[in-house]
Design a protein around this ligand. Structure first.
Ligand SMILES: Nc1ncnc2c1ncn2[C@@H]1O[C@H](COP(=O)(O)OP(=O)(O)O)[C@@H](O)[C@H]1O
Ligand SMILES: [Mg+2]
Length: 378
């Protein structure tokens, strides 16, 4: 087992494309870390550099505190699990799992024992004598994991290992991987473009965009204190709602009226020059029916329900703002849709003018130009 450190690691491909830009990460021994971000943001490139499969253009990678820039992949003692797990079709599950050990001339009895142990962890004991063709997709993926486990590597690197599986199996395998990682306690880096997978699996999540690290934090912190507009919009489902606005004397003029900021946020955003262009962010659960909020401080406005989704325990109401929500005095800057997550017993019909309440304590404020959060540390 080992910690993994990336120090200013960059990758410029031959065509001049900067796939990863000066990436700094300090991953603790035993930690389960996720790289997440949209397709093309550099996740696979970063992982392959750690594995030694891709040369790094700049910076340093350390495993267990030792520089590995010049170390061959096979000597880094790291196991990779890919989306396309090529199992040998003519070999049994046991032979597939033990193949790397056989190559390294491990004694037969020891191979058998390590394969057996891995099979127990992965619930594959009954299938050890079968061929890959006789297994389901999920079982095959577990064999691929098993192949990595038997080597007892210092770390696992997994690149979208579940993306070939159907949705139900993906959720099952996600749970299996989380349990496995906890049980083995092996440092693991797991790549996915799926933010739900990222926040359910990871101890910490590194959010990447265009090769640049946006934030590296626990799922809870990413959700509650996103450092950038991009992270705020990427993490969470339904996504955070945004409205552009102008900050003036403690309130933000937006398409849903002048939203007053509580003292804590006001102090954070007014540290600068006072009046500025901002983007206001509110998670769907920051809204409630005005009637349910009673006298609680916050912002009240009325909006037309355009779509109503009843999910049983909650109701999602999509409302337009920038049109119906306006009183005549408010400048129209945005025509957008926002989604409010209301309690399951909320009675809302499409087309209805809904009196809503926004919990201003839960607002996020971002600089409109830089996208940096002004309130993440407030
Ligand atoms: N071998 C390569 N040569 C040139 N560009 C590449 C190569 N591999 C990946 N890229 C580019 O680098 C960027 C990051 O790719 P990748 O790391 O595969 O992203 P992700 O895994 O996040 O989808 C993309 O723009 C991709 O087109
Ligand atoms: Mg990739």
């Amino acid at each position: 087992m080992a910690g993994i450190t990336l120090d200013g690691v960059s990758k410029r491909y031959g065509d001049g494309h900067d796939a990863v830009r000066s990436l700094d990460l300090d991953i603790a021994d035993g930690e389960f870390v996720i790289f997440v971000g949209p397709s093309g943001c550099g996740k696979t490139t970063a992982l392959r550099m750690i594995a030694g499969l891709e040369e790094i253009s700049d910076g340093e990678i350390r495993i267990d505190g030792k520089r590995v820039n010049e170390t061959a992949p096979k000597d880094r003692d790291i196991a990779m699990v890919f989306q396309n797990y090529a199992l040998y079709p003519h070999m049994t599950v046991a032979e597939n799992m033990g193949f790397a050990l056989k190559l390294s001339k491990t004694p037969k009895a020891q191979i058998q024992q390590q394969v057996r142990e891995a099979a127990e962890v992965l619930d594959l004991v009954e299938h050890l004598d079968r061929k890959p063709g006789q297994l389901s997709g999920g079982q095959r993926q577990r064999v691929a994991m098993g192949r990595a486990i038997v080597r007892e590597p210092k770390a696992f690197l997994m690149d979208e290992p579940l993306s070939n599986l159907d949705a139900k199996l993906r959720v099952e395998m996600r749970t299996a991987i989380a349990r496995l990682q906890q049980r083995l306690g092996t440092t693991t880096i797991y790549v996915t473009h799926d933010q739900v997978e990222a926040v359910t699996l990871g101890d910490r999540v590194a959010v990447l965009r265009d090769g640049v690290l946006q934030q590296f934090a626990s799922p809870k912190e990413l959700y509650e204190r996103p450092a950038k507009l991009f992270v705020a919009g990427f993490i969470g489902s339904p996504a955070m709602n945004f409205a552009r606005g102008t900050l003036t004397s403690g309130a933000v003029e937006t398409a849903i009226g002048a939203v007053p900021l509580p003292d804590r946020l006001r102090q954070a955003v007014e540290a600068g020059d006072g009046r500025r262009e901002v983007v206001l962010g509110a998670r769907p659960e920051a809204f409630a029916l005005a009637a349910d909020a009673g006298e609680r401080p916050g912002h009240r406005f009325t909006a037309a329900a355009e779509v109503v989704e009843s999910l049983g325990s909650e109701v999602h109401v999509h409302f337009a703002f920038g049109v119906a929500a306006l009183d005549a005095a408010t400048p129209v800057t945005t025509r957008g849709l926002a989604v409010a997550k209301l309690s399951g017993d909320a009675q809302v019909t499409v087309g209805q003018q809904v009196p809503l309440w926004l919990d201003t304590e839960k607002l996020h404020v971002f600089d409109a130009d830089s996208g940096e959060s002004l309130t993440a540390t407030a």
